[in-house]
Write a protein that binds this ligand. Structure first.
Ligand SMILES: [Zn+2]
Length: 112
């Protein structure tokens, strides 16, 4: 079993990177929109939110969700166990993919 604090730090670092990336998307859109009158500004806020969600790629939001789940599993002690078959996930797999929640066999089976 890996050092849990190290795993947690890695997950939090990665989460920070993803959120910074999301924030950059947000900042670009805000700069591009320029000055606006009040009513229109509200509509733009709505559009901005849509654009932020669109700017966050599917893989980024999926990874964020997986990282959050992995952090919860670290807290409840189930981290490192496959959610499908309950066996320990290979350490090399966890090292390469710290947020993975299933062993290599279950992951391959699911992707077929
Ligand atoms: Zn499994």
């Amino acid at each position: 079993m890996q050092d849990k604090d190290a795993v947690r730090r890695r997950l939090l670092d990665r989460k920070g990177e993803l959120l910074v990336r999301a924030g950059e998307v947000h900042a670009d859109i805000t700069r591009a929109s320029g000055p606006l009158d009040k009513d229109f500004a509200e509509q733009v806020v709505q559009m901005e939110n849509d654009a932020v969600l669109a700017g966050l790629s599917e893989s980024t939001s999926a990874e964020l969700a997986q990282i959050n789940k992995a952090l919860r599993r670290l807290d409840d002690g189930s981290y490192g166990q496959c959610v499908i078959c309950g066996q320990d996930i290979d350490e090399r797999r966890l090292a390469a993919l710290p947020h993975s929640d299933r062993c290599i066999r279950c992951a391959e089976f699911a992707s077929r």
